[in-house]
Design a protein around this ligand. Structure first.
Ligand SMILES: [Zn+2]
Length: 130
């Protein structure tokens, strides 16, 4: 049996990256989709991934940051709760600045947990020892 782990990094604030960032990467998108989608919605794909994964009967892990440039993880509270209700796993995408600072990681973990309102999902990760 082969197991596959599927995960998504939620790297941008809920409003998406700056328009300049999107325009610089225009070639990455399907031309028709790019023409018919507002720039702030091009990176807004959590519901689409949920729909796809539901169709195939699979669940992945969404790694949320707690520090977003010009954004706030609280903006994702509804998405996080919807994901949890559907049995998706929520993980912490630590800030690169926190990698060598266990206290910063602990603070990020607690901030994300305040949105998930449960702590048991940490039990399977190395962060459970924090
Ligand atoms: Zn990332």
């Amino acid at each position: 049996m082969q197991n596959i782990f599927l995960s998504h990094d939620v790297d941008w604030r809920r409003q998406g990256p700056p328009v300049e960032h999107v325009l610089e990467r225009k070639d990455r998108f399907d031309a028709e989709m790019f023409a018919n989608t507002k720039p702030e919605d091009l990176y807004r794909n959590i519901p689409k991934y949920m729909e796809l994964e539901e169709k195939f009967g699979i669940r992945s892990t969404f790694f949320f940051r707690t520090l977003y440039e010009n954004g706030n993880v609280e903006d994702y509270e509804d998405d996080i709760q919807t994901l949890q209700q559907g049995n998706w796993e929520i993980g912490l995408h630590t800030d690169p600045q926190s990698v060598n600072n266990i206290e910063k990681i602990r603070q990020e973990k607690e901030k994300l947990e305040s949105l998930t309102k449960k702590t048991n999902y940490w039990e399977q990760s190395s962060l459970s020892k924090l």
